[in-house]
Design a protein around this ligand. Structure first.
Ligand code: NAD
Ligand code: UDP
Ligand code: UDP
Length: 334
């Protein structure tokens, strides 16, 4: 018999890194989960363990095309998140942010569902305010190589707020700061997975620039906790709200920490800093604390150790090579 609190929840991008953890969490809470993904960066492997549950359904679909399903809530996570992948097909990146959001908002409007957008700290661009509060409007180039993602996500936020103003849709906007953890793709291209894979395989650690730029890294479990708390807020709370971990570090410090955790002797090699790479980034979590009672629990040591253990396991069991065959043209880590 259906539980009164049980909802039918759509997770777009549900076979990706964050999406797969979110599907797992929602199933664990007793909900029916519909995972929709076109496997651009995600993989069936990420959700394979969820198929035992009759409450889980996986559908291959690109959200830039309309989708007609009946659901109570939507987490719109679909979009490549790593600069390497979102810049590989920038027009598609803008399409998934804009056309994809319009379709998911149209769906939410038709079925009267609550909808949450996975936005990003990239809406702040290369910030002149530090740490970044939600009131800061950002410093973003509309024409640079990151613009397909940054401006795409900004336009998605605009669409969410216009559907709210025009149709009174219950919306939630989460601005996610750099998040890492198990199930990142070995060729994801983001710094944590790159450095761990390089450290574990004895390859050089690719430091872009001099490594003095900062990020604030959040472990995946904390991030998922923040997203579900946001979805559960009353309809009059829309966000945008920052979700992440305020512990800020330079990329050089990150490399040193990963070398220590893995016991690796990999050397650092310095490569040019990508264009428009933000110099620093740290969430102001005042609003998240106040409205969601959110505070991250997992520190660097624990989070990086768990992530390194994941990559160590896929390397030692041969799954690594099989996973790498998926995106040979977009390989980055080694
Ligand atoms: P990811 O690349 O692992 O996951 C994205 C998923 O979306 C993949 O499974 C991919 O196949 C799917 N996808 C892409 N285009 C699609 C389309 N047109 N239709 C259906 N599915 C599509 O990245 P992630 O880290 O899990 O990020 C998930 C979301 O969170 C993204 O929207 C991203 O912008 C946002 N976000 C993530 C971070 C982070 O640090 N992980 C930071 C800020 C924002
Ligand atoms: N849409 C969808 N699923 C639905 C309802 C709508 O994918 O269940 C898409 C549809 O393609 C539409 C878009 O969402 O173009 C926006 O819908 P809306 O009702 O806001 O505007 P419309 O374009 O239909 O006037
Ligand atoms: N970076 C690096 N080496 C890598 C990958 C990334 O030095 O192999 C740097 C990158 O230039 C940026 C930071 O690490 O300054 C975080 O990069 P990532 O792609 O993980 O996320 P984002 O730039 O979107 O925050």
């Amino acid at each position: 018999m259906k539980d009164a609190g049980q909802k039918k929840i759509l997770v777009t991008g549900g076979a990706g890194f964050l999406g797969s953890h979110l599907c797992e969490r929602l199933l664990g809470e007793g909900h029916d989960v519909l995972c929709v993904d076109n496997f651009y960066t995600g993989s069936k492997r990420n959700v394979k363990h969820l198929h035992d549950s009759t409450s889980f359904e996986l559908v291959r679909h690109d959200i830039t095309f309309p989708l007609y399903v009946e659901v109570d809530e939507i987490y719109n996570m679909a979009c490549p998140a790593s600069p390497v992948h979102y810049q590989n097909d920038p027009v598609q990146t803008t399409k998934v942010c804009v056309h994809g959001s319009i379709n998911m908002l149209g769906l939410a409007k038709r079925v009267k569902a609550k909808i949450l957008q996975a936005s990003t700290s990239e809406v702040y661009g290369d910030p002149t305010v530090h740490p970044q509060p939600e009131s800061y409007c950002g410093t973003v180039s509309p024409i640079g190589p990151r613009a397909c993602y940054d401006e795409g996500k900004r336009c998605a936020e605009t669409l969410f707020f216009d559907y709210r103003r025009q149709y009174n849709l219950p919306i939630k906007v989460a601005r996610i700061f750099n998040t890492y953890g198990p199930r990142m793709h070995p060729d994801d291209g983001r710094v944590v997975s790159n450095f761990i894979v390089q450290a574990l395989t004895g390859k050089p650690i690719t430091m872009y620039g001099d490594g003095s730029q900062t990020r604030s890294f959040c472990y995946v479990d904390d991030l998922i906790e923040g997203l579900t708390r946001l979805m559960a807020t009353p309809d009059d709370f829309t966000g945008p709200v920052n979700i992440g971990n305020p512990a800020e570090a330079t990329i050089l410090e990150l490399a040193e920490k990963i070398l220590a955790i893995t016991g690796s002797k990999s050397e650092l090699v310095f490569r040019p800093l990508p264009e428009h790479d933000p110099k620093r980034r740290q969430p102001d979590l005042t609003l998240a604390r106040e409205k969601l009672g959110y505070s991250p629990k997992v520190g660097w040591d624990e989070g990086l150790e768990k992530t390194a253990a994941y990559f160590d396991e896929i390397l030692s069991t041969g799954r690594f090579d099989a996973m790498r065959r998926i995106h040979p043209e977009r390989r980055v880590a080694t």
